[in-house]
Design a protein around this ligand. Structure first.
Ligand SMILES: [Zn+2]
Ligand SMILES: [Zn+2]
Length: 225
C-alpha cells in the first residue's frame, strides 16, 4: 500500500527509464517496445516458449506440478531484469502499473475469479515497505475486475532464491508457505517473476492443501532457458 513517505520519494527522485536510464518516464517508449513479449507457441502447462505448442515441455515433463498453467508477459532478459530491479529496490510504484499493463496486453484474462499473490519474506517486506507481487496483483485485479484476497503466509528467515541452483531452490522454499484459511476452488496466483517455478510451485501446493483445485499462475516476467 502506498505510504506518504514513499509518495514523497516518488516526487523528489529524478525520473529516468529503468532500462536505458534516459531521463523521463520510468519506462521509455523505446524500451517498452523492446521488452520481449511471450506470444509465440508455448508449453501449455508452464508457459515456456517452444518451437510448436506442446502439452508439456522438457522443463516440466515427468514432474508433479501443483499449478494448472503459468503465463507471463515478457522474457526475463536484461531489460526486464533492470525494470524489475528498480521496481523492487527503488520501490517505483509506477512500474507495478506498467507491469500490470503489459500482463493484460499479453496474458489472456484467467478463468478463475479470485486473485492471490505470493507474499514476500516478512523481513524484506519490512525493509522495502511493500510487496511487489501484491502491488501487481492489486493492479491486475483492478484491470480484470477480480477481487484480490491475501490467502498465504510466508515463514521468515528463508534465504533469497537468487543465485541458487534449481534443486536447492526447490528445497529452499518447500513448506515456506501456509494458507491462512480455506481457499476457493479456482485461483489466480500472481508473482513478479517466474524463474525456476520453485516459488510459485511451493505457494500453489499450499493453496492446494487448503482446498484449491486449480491454480493459474500469472507473472510479469519469465526466465527462458
Ligand atoms: Zn528506455
Ligand atoms: Zn512446460
Amino acid at each position: 500500500m502506498r505510504n506518504p513517505a514513499a509518495a514523497l520519494l516518488d516526487l523528489i527522485l529524478p525520473s529516468f527509464c529503468s532500462v536505458c536510464r534516459a531521463p523521463g518516464d520510468a519506462l521509455c517508449e523505446a524500451c517498452r517496445g523492446r521488452l520481449a513479449r511471450i506470444e509465440g507457441p508455448a508449453c501449455d502447462r508452464c508457459g515456456a516458449p517452444t518451437a510448436w505448442p506442446v502439452e508439456r515441455c522438457r522443463e516440466c515433463a515427468g514432474r508433479r506440478i501443483p499449478f494448472a498453467t503459468a503465463r507471463a508477459a515478457v522474457v526475463y532478459d536484461d531489460a526486464a531484469r533492470s525494470l524489475v530491479a528498480d521496481w523492487k529496490d527503488r520501490g517505483l510504484r509506477s512500474l507495478a502499473g506498467l507491469a500490470a499493463e503489459l500482463v493484460s496486453e499479453v496474458v489472456a484474462r484467467p478463468g478463475a475469479y479470485t486473485i492471490v499473490f505470493v507474499p514476500s519474506d516478512p523481513v524484506r517486506r519490512l525493509t522495502r515497505g511493500y510487496n511487489p507481487a501484491e502491488r501487481l496483483a492489486v493492479t491486475l485485479g483492478e484491470r480484470w475486475q477480480l477481487p484480490v484476497v491475501p490467502l498465504l503466509a510466508r515463514s521468515a528467515g528463508v534465504g533469497p532464491q537468487r543465485g541458487l541452483p534449481l534443486a536447492e531452490r526447490r528445497r529452499n522454499v518447500r513448506g515456506v508457505f501456509q494458507a491462512t484459511r480455506a481457499a476457493p476452488k479456482e485461483l489466480v496466483l500472481v508473482d513478479d517473476v517466474y524463474t525456476s517455478g520453485a516459488t510459485v510451485s511451493a505457494a500453489a501446493s499450499a493453496l492446494r492443501k487448503a482446498g484449491a483445485r486449480r491454480v493459474e499462475v500469472v507473472t510479469f516476467a519469465r526466465a527462458v532457458r
